[in-house]
Design a protein around this ligand. Structure first.
Ligand SMILES: [Fe+2]
Length: 188
């Protein structure tokens, strides 16, 4: 079940977040801050062993629509499993607050991931699960946590891979909010 937890940015330790579990409500709240949140059905013929090509062709209709809407040039599939020896390095890459000059779009073919969006004086923690698509607009401050035992398979879309480089704000705000493991334990 996808979950949205909304915190005031100023008092992460003292505040009790507003929790939203209803998909259409999550989608509507995120739309208000310019973030797209959609749910796509899983094609019946996909399995855990499907190749990247099979995944992209299974979701071709939806991927093409998103590509046209945003002028994306390419799409790929990225995955990570808990037995990956470099999981800590991958996890650390986008764990601090940053922006991109391009949209960051993820569709969760499988698994989970936690996006935190920092918009004005609020923090939106979006736990994405299988079937969820989230798009973080260009220049929106955010961070991403895949947890200590990362498991996900995602479609990514790009206009230009260079636009997807992280520009770090230097803030330590991400350390003040529940990480993926704490979020799943306490909020889920
Ligand atoms: Fe990012």
């Amino acid at each position: 079940m996808s979950i949205l937890a909304i915190f005031p940015a100023s008092e992460p330790d003292l505040s009790i977040p507003e929790i939203v579990r209803d998909y259409s409500k999550i989608s509507k709240i995120l739309e208000g801050i310019g973030v797209t949140f959609e749910r796509w059905d899983t094609p019946a013929h996909l399995s855990d062993h499907s190749s990247s090509g099979e995944i992209l062709s299974a979701y071709a209709k939806s991927v093409d629509r998103i590509k046209k809407e945003n002028n994306f040039q390419s799409a790929d599939v990225v995955s990570l499993t808990p037995d990956n020896p470099e999981k800590e390095a991958f996890r650390g890459k986008f764990l601090k607050e940053h922006t991109h000059t391009d949209y960051e779009i993820r569709f969760f073919v499988d698994g989970c991931g936690l996006f935190y969006l920092h918009v004005e004086n609020m923090i939106y923690g979006v736990l994405c699960e299988k079937g969820d698509l989230i798009s973080v607009p260009a220049n929106t401050t955010h961070w991403f946590d895949m947890g200590s035992k990362p498991f996900f398979k995602c479609i990514r879309l790009f206009t230009d891979p260079a636009g997807w480089v992280g520009h770090f704000t230097g803030s330590d705000i991400s350390q003040k909010f529940p990480d993926y493991d704490e979020y799943c334990e306490n909020i889920k």
